[in-house]
Design a protein around this ligand. Structure first.
Ligand code: 5GP
Length: 174
C-alpha cells in the first residue's frame, strides 16, 4: 500500500510557535536556570529547537523510556531504558515531550521525577491530543492542540520513519 503525508502543521507554523514558547519560558524563568529533560527519541527535535530560543541559562539531560503494553496502547507502566545522567535535586525542571496522548506515560513519569526533589517541575509538549486523555496531566506549555489523528514528523515516527520531517503530518494510505 502506498502512503503519503498530509501536512497538518507547516514548518513555518511550528517554528513560529516554538519561538513563542521559548520567549514565554525565558520570561517565566527570568533570573533562573532551566534544566530541560528530553524524553527520547520523539522529544529530541523539539527540545533542540526550543533550547535555542530560550535566553536564560539552560542545561539539558535525556532519558529514554518504554511503556509496557501493546504497541497501540500505552499501559502507563514505564520502564526506564536510559536514565538521566544528572540529579534533579533543586533544579527548575521542564520535561520536554513530543506529544501527550492518553497521558498514561507522562503521569507515571512525572510522579517518578517529582520524587527526585526538583525545585519545580513543569511539562512542555509540542503537541497535545486532549480528546484522547485518559489520565489527567497538567500541561504547562503546549505548542498545538491537534485532533485525534496519528501524526508524524518533528521527532514523531511511524515505524521509526518520518522523524526527520521538519513539519507535522498525518500518514495516509492510498
Ligand atoms: P500516552 O501515554 O500519552 O498515551 O503516550 C504518549 C506517547 O505515545 C508519545 O510519547 C508517543 O510516543 C506516542 N504517540 C501518541 N500519539 C502519537 C501520534 O499521533 N504519533 C506518533 N508517532 N506517536 C504517538
Amino acid at each position: 500500500m502506498a502512503e503519503h503525508i498530509r501536512v497538518l502543521l507547516t514548518e513555518e507554523e511550528v517554528d513560529k510557535r516554538i519561538q513563542e514558547i521559548g520567549e514565554q519560558i525565558s520570561k517565566d524563568y527570568a533570573g533562573k536556570q532551566v534544566h530541560l529533560v528530553c524524553v527520547l527519541k520523539g522529544g529530541s527535535f523539539f527540545m533542540c529547537e526550543l533550547a535555542k530560543r530560550i535566553t536564560v541559562p539552560v542545561s539539558l539531560d535525556f532519558m529514554s523510556v518504554s511503556s509496557y503494553g501493546s504497541d497501540t496502547k500505552s499501559s502507563g507502566v514505564v520502564k526506564i531504558v536510559k536514565d538521566l545522567d544528572e540529579s534533579l535535586k533543586d533544579k527548575e525542571v521542564i520535561v520536554v515531550e513530543d506529544i501527550v496522548d492518553s497521558g498514561r506515560t507522562l503521569s507515571y513519569l512525572l510522579e517518578m521525577l517529582k520524587d527526585r526533589g526538583p525545585a519545580s517541575l513543569r511539562l512542555c509538549t509540542l503537541l497535545d491530543k486532549p480528546e484522547r486523555r485518559v489520565i489527567d496531566v497538567h500541561v504547562d506549555y503546549t505548542g498545538f492542540n491537534i485532533p485525534d489523528e496519528f501524526v508524524v514528523g518533528y521527532g514523531l515516527d511511524y515505524d521509526q520513519r518520518y522523524r526527520n520531517l521538519p513539519y507535522i503530518g498525518v500518514v495516509e494510505f492510498d
